[in-house]
Design a protein around this ligand. Structure first.
Ligand code: G6Q
Length: 539
């Protein structure tokens, strides 16, 4: 259904006209207790959405929009395994991977949970052996270095989580991620590593992705060179995470070292499947379980909580409010935690690959805006870079500020300083600095216009006690479901990625030209010229 044809959409358009003149400061003036009234506390998360250009009527109408779009039915359909990814004819069941409370999940006459549990147990046994040193490399030494070879969904999630949970990592194992087909990436990670103590995880759902297979073959060569051509070394130093068992065996990986997952796990939603093995190796099976439990609690919250107090639903609806009624083009993710500095990049994929679509579920080009540009960086670093534009630029950029009350490192007053910046920024963005305030500060008159901050820049503050596996699981699931809600309301298919597939095809098209003779003029003149430039300037 086209969301713009709903009564709620019409009402929201009128409502926007009525309140667009009110600033965030005006809303606080009218409702001084907004800080209490627009805060949700659930699952150990403190979500403050008071610093927004909205009131209770806005929320009511946004919830009506969700109801008219039959959101609750759509949520149920995803959890029970309906084939909601219609363009690929697949179910979307990443929630089953972390379902720690159900005893069965029947989809098309088959219970999915036993197989999920079997693979998780296989992962646990394997990761415990590596972690306690009983898993040995080809020359009988324990593993010290783990290198995940994967890209996109087979890289970003595990890489972000391993970084975020650094304080929980095994002290004697290093975990690296190589994704780029640029040989510099692999070379940099291999440098200084001893092959006889290195374990490669080839993470690829399809096991055909150019970047990953190229890196895997080069890594294999590096290993075999070390063992003077002994191919048997591969079995002890390579494992695979994939849905394509046949291709994995062809590569020479021991079938018992294949950790499978299923076509109903989308790449960017796969970190709680076997794709998360690098995470389990890094933080251990118990911490991995806490991560899953965090995910699962947010899944339950999403499934069971009424729309108006459902965290992912609310954040999604507020995003739609800015995207479709205020014309915001982008959304910033600003974690005030250095360990979360990869979180914006991770969410970029979750959100932009899912909702970067312009054709609706009926095959028609949408007449309205869909997914926002997601970007961001850890605070306080961003404050010394792009916050200038957030405060005084011409663009409207709603932002999520994320912070934790407890640091993993008690170091002087670092953490109070970090958090004071976090709180001060959301306040400054909302309320700005007026001419009246400046006049009390003895500012030269001609500088006043430059030092005025209009404020009225919307933010959501998300706080929790500490960045631990459980809270991280909740945060990730929160954003996954936010993306789902927005995609559903925009009436697009969030779980395919034909734009990514196009890139995969194109990479193969140009490669022979770079290897072979002069470009034959089969492409446009710019492409031919670039190909020729490459060929002529290689040496
Ligand atoms: C994710 C996308 C994409 C995918 C990579 C890697 O949802 O489909 O980012 O994860 O292209 O694909 P493979 O895991 O098949 O190598």
């Amino acid at each position: 259904m086209n969301p713009t044809k709903t009564a709620a959409w019409n009402n929201l358009t009128d409502h926007y006209d009525q309140i667009k003149g009110l600033s965030i400061a005006d809303h606080f003036y009218r409702q001084p207790n907004r800080g209490d009234e627009y805060t949700l506390q659930s699952l150990g998360l403190h979500i403050d959405y008071s610093k927004h250009r909205l009131n209770q009527e806005t929320i009511k109408l946004l919830v009506q929009l969700a109801e008219e779009m039959e959101l609750s039915q759509a949520i149920l359909a995803m959890f029970r395994g309906d084939r909601i990814n219609r363009t690929e004819n697949r179910s979307v069941l990443h929630t089953a991977l972390r379902d720690l409370s159900s005893s069965s999940l029947m989809v098309a006459g088959e219970d999915l949970l036993p197989e999920i549990k079997r693979v998780r147990q296989q992962m646990e046994v394997f990761s415990e052996m590596v972690r306690d040193g009983s898993y040995l490399g080809h020359s009988g030494k324990p593993i010290r270095h783990i290198i995940n070879l994967g890209i996109g969904g087979s890289d970003l999630g595990p890489a972000m989580v391993c970084q975020a949970l650094t304080p929980y990592q095994h002290p004697h194992l290093t975990v690296d991620f190589v994704s780029n087909v640029d040989g510099s990436h692999l070379a940099q990670v291999l440098a200084g590593k001893s092959p006889d103590q290195t374990l490669f995880i080839v993470a690829s759902k399809t096991f055909t992705t150019q970047e990953t297979m190229t890196n895997a073959l080069s890594a294999k060569q590096w290993l075999i060179n070390h063992y003077n051509g002994d191919q048997k070394a591969v079995a002890a130093h390579f494992i695979a995470l994939s849905t394509n068992q046949e291709a994995v065996c062809e590569f020479g990986i021991d079938p018992k070292n294949i950790f499978v997952f299923w076509d109903w796990v989308g790449g960017r939603y796969s970190l709680t499947s076997a794709i998360g093995l690098s995470i389990m190796l890094a933080i251990g099976k118990d911490n991995f379980k806490s991560l899953l439990s965090g995910f699962h609690q947010m899944d339950r919250h999403f499934l069971q909580t009424p729309l108006e107090s459902n965290i992912p639903v609310l954040l999604a609806l507020i995003g739609i409010w800015y995207n479709n009624f205020w014309g915001a083009q982008s959304h910033a993710i600003l974690p005030y935690d250095q360990y979360l500095h990869r979180f914006p990049a991770y969410l970029q994929q979750t959100d932009m690959e899912s909702n970067g679509k312009s054709v609706d579920q009926q095959g028609k080009v949408t007449s309205y805006q869909t997914g926002a540009v997601i970007w961001g960086e850890a605070g306080t670093n961003g404050q010394h870079a792009f916050y200038q534009l957030l405060h005084q630029g011409t663009k409207l950029i709603p932002a999520d500020f994320i912070a934790f009350t407890k640091s993993h490192h008690q170091m002087g007053d670092h953490h109070q300083k970090l958090l004071s910046n976090f709180i001060a920024q959301t306040r400054a963005l909302a309320f700005g600095r007026t001419v009246e305030k400046l006049s009390q500060l003895n500012i030269p008159k001609e500088l006043v216009p430059y030092k005025v901050f209009d404020g009225n820049r919307p933010t959501t503050s998300i706080m929790a006690q500490q960045l631990n596996p459980d809270i991280l699981g909740k945060l990730i699931a929160l954003y996954e479901h936010k993306v789902f809600v927005q995609g559903h309301i925009w009436n697009i298919y969030s779980f395919d990625q034909w734009g990514v597939e196009l890139g995969k095809e194109l990479a193969g098209e140009i490669l022979p030209e770079l290897r072979g003779g002069l470009a034959g003029g089969e492409f446009d003149s710019s492409t031919n010229r670039l190909i020729n430039y490459f060929r002529e300037h290689q040496s």
